[in-house]
Design a protein around this ligand. Structure first.
Ligand code: IMP
Length: 204
């Protein structure tokens, strides 16, 4: 069995990858054990100092490779708004915080809606990049979900900017969808499915 670290402590993200691996191939998924940072005893808050999602994902994966010498992958995501020059981007989690420390979704949404007041172009996209460091190689997987920023919040599901993001081709926001429905179309779901396909192919 091949052990691969997912450089996160988000249980939901870990379960999503394990679940999609199993769905892609119940037999071949047995070849992989996906471990979290906690599983390998890593309590470090790995700094995300890159200026792109790919850089940040690489920094996290590289940290595990260097310190634990294990195959590893990491993800980084965020919201890009066209009228704001693709902001908040890598600063999505800390958009409203001048000190760049806390993750306050309500304040982040308030700031975004404020910055888009009287702006007609509401086009936006969520992007996820996953970087995998395995068998001495580096692979990147990307997922993009296009949509638009609403004038006000709608819905209670999900997290982050979900209540103000309506994906293209849908009449409701991410926060009005079930987690399953969102995963089918989301940036993260797309990137994770590409990673899972790659892993399955690698052991065929
Ligand atoms: P992370 O890299 O997955 O931790 O995402 C960074 C930040 O981007 C989050 O804290 C959210 O503010 C925002 N974000 C990423 N994905 C989503 C999503 O699916 N819905 C809403 N906000 C998201």
């Amino acid at each position: 069995m091949k052990k691969i670290v997912f450089a996160t402590n988000n249980r939901h993200k870990i379960e999503e990858v394990r679940g999609l691996l199993k769905k892609a191939s119940p037999v071949l998924s047995e070849e992989f054990e996906i471990l979290s940072l906690a599983d390998i005893g890593c309590t470090e808050d790995i700094p995300e100092t890159g200026s792109t999602f790919a850089e940040n994902a690489f920094l996290k994966a590289e940290y595990v490779k260097v310190h634990y010498d294990m195959d590893c992958f990491a993800d980084d995501s965020g919201l890009e708004v066209r009228a704001l020059g693709m902001e908040p981007g890598v600063r999505s989690a800390r958009y409203a915080d001048v000190l760049g420390r806390t993750h306050d979704s309500e304040a982040n949404m308030d700031k975004l809606l404020q910055n888009l007041q009287n702006v007609r172009d509401r086009q936006a996209q969520f992007r996820t990049v996953i970087v995998l460091l395995m068998d001495g190689k580096k692979e990147e997987f990307e997922g993009i979900c296009r949509g638009e920023i609403m004038q006000e919040r709608s819905g209670k599901e999900g997290f982050g900017y979900d209540p103000i993001f309506r994906p293209e081709g849908h009449t409701v926001t991410f926060a009005e969808m079930t987690m399953e429905a969102k995963n089918q179309i989301s940036h993260r779901g797309q990137a994770v499915r590409k990673l899972v396909d790659y892993l399955i192919q690698s052991v065929k």
